[in-house]
Design a protein around this ligand. Structure first.
Ligand code: ATR
Length: 270
């Protein structure tokens, strides 16, 4: 049987095994998908061994998304730009690294009818999660993409790096007073600490959509802030999670599952 897994540490909480089991059932594919807890120190040896044992592919999650790129035989252009790898695809001689997070976000925004083209977009955070979605967002041609963080250094560096791909402006969370946005995307990890970064008040334009890359408990602080700022719509990152998984599945199996069914199963299960 073809074997797949999500590799991380910790990984027990991962929804990926559930999602891929639903995809396999729906597309009538026979495969197994597990969660493998692997430490950073043993990642290189583990990947070699898993290749020798015939495994077909992996999803990569924290804390390995950056380190794994160096262990790949080749890395796709979008993963290189993102600076992170979330999907490994078996080749005869090693692993090919790819990143499906950005395309997952864009697909979920489209599913929900959330427009990016021509809109003023604010991206909160300048870590790995933010990096992964910048190019796909710029490809949708927003009126502008403002990248903000607690301090200016990371956004400034990233803005220079992505300048050739579109209109990107660096900022800090507390320097946004007077600005107005149609779409605010939270790519900070602050929600995992139960907090929302302090952001200048009044930056949500009328009808503004607030979208969080986090889901579950980690989504609550951003959702509370968005509600307090009168967002017209608030979305968590569960749809993006399912969409990025579907693209990984398609890369491995050559068939795309219907994400809407898997997403509603996950929401039903709570
Ligand atoms: P990830 O891969 O999830 O993006 P990361 O690379 O560590 O993780 O980046 C985390 C992001 O969340 C950063 O933008 C970080 O801000 P700093 O660069 O200022 O550290 C942001 N972040 C994390 N905890 C935060 C908090 N409590 N308040 C505000 N921003 C926070």
């Amino acid at each position: 049987m073809d074997r797949y897994a999500v590799i991380g540490q910790p990984v027990a909480h991962s929804l990926s095994p559930r999602i891929h089991a639903l995809f396999a059932q729906q597309t009538q594919q026979t495969l197994s998908y597990e969660a493998l807890e692997v430490s950073p120190e043993s990642l290189a040896d583990t990947l070699k061994k898993l290749h020798a044992d015939g495994w077909r592919g992996f999803n990569i999650t924290l804390p390995h998304k950056l380190a794994v790129a160096a262990l790949c035989e080749s890395v796709s252009e979008r993963a290189q730009l993102a600076g992170a790898v979330n999907t490994l695809i078996r080749t005869d001689s090693g692993w090919k690294g790819d990143n499906t997070d950005g395309v997952g976000l864009i697909r979920d925004l489209k599913n929900q009818g959330i427009a990016v083209t021509g809109k003023r977009v604010l991206l909160l955070g300048a870590g790995g999660a933010a990096r992964g979605v910048i190019k796909p967002l710029l490809d949708e041609k927003p009126a502008e993409l403002t990248l903000s963080n607690r301090n200016p250094w990371k956004p400034e560096k990233i803005a220079v790096e992505f300048k050739a791909h579109g209109n990107i402006r660096p900022a800090t969370h507390l320097s946004l007073r007077g600005d107005q946005f149609d779409l605010v995307i939270n790519a900070t990890s602050a929600g995992h600490d139960g907090v929302m970064p302090r952001v200048s008040a009044g930056v949500l334009a009328k009808g503004c959509v607030c979208y969080d890359l986090s889901y579950g408990k980690a989504h609550a602080p951003f959702a509370a802030w968005a509600q307090q700022q009168n967002a017209a719509k608030i979305a968590d990152g569960l749809g993006m999670l399912v969409e990025q998984a579907a693209t990984s599945f398609e890369l491995w199996r050559g068939v795309r599952p219907t994400t809407i069914t898997a997403l509603s199963e996950l929401r039903k299960a709570g």
